[in-house]
Design a binder for this molecule. Structure first.
Ligand code: HEC
Length: 106
């Protein structure tokens, strides 16, 4: 266990990078190419999933946003295109996992 006496942005980022994506979820995120634009813990093209979790959506709302993104929820980001090819049961699994990240970062 490492204790940082002073935090630089890099150290904070390094700590956030420790979120492990469970294998079944990781498979889905790869299959539907979500990882091309999203990371669990950092902004890429789209917002970090930890930041999505902070919005406190229900799982069903996240599924709805995967099918019908609302770019106005994320000013400063390009619009995500609708991902209607994701079956609802997979979308729900992803949604539940995103919400499980809500407690991962204080
Ligand atoms: C081409 C890039 C791209 C891909 C591929 C992509 N996203 Fe996104 N996503 C974005 C961007 C950009 C935003 C923020 C702007 C927006 O919501 O339109 C976003 C926003 C989101 C949000 C937040 C919605 C909100 O309104 O708060 C969720 C949840 C999400 N994406 C999930 C997914 C999932 C799950 C997949 C895979 C099935 C996926 N995204 C694939 C770019 C992408």
């Amino acid at each position: 266990m490492v204790i940082f006496l002073s935090f630089t942005a890099e150290q904070v980022l390094a700590q956030q990078k420790q979120i492990k994506i469970p294998e079944d979820i990781s498979k889905l995120l790869q299959q539907y190419a979500c990882l091309a634009c999203h990371k669990a813990d950092a902004r890429v093209v789209g917002p970090a999933y930890v930041d999505v979790a902070k919005k406190k959506y229900t799982n069903a709302q996240i599924v709805e946003l995967i099918y019908k993104p609302k770019p106005s929820n994320w000013p400063g980001y390009p619009p995500m295109f609708p991902m209607k090819n994701v079956p609802e049961k997979d979308a729900l699994k992803i949604a539940a996992w995103i919400n499980s990240l809500a407690n991962k970062r204080s």
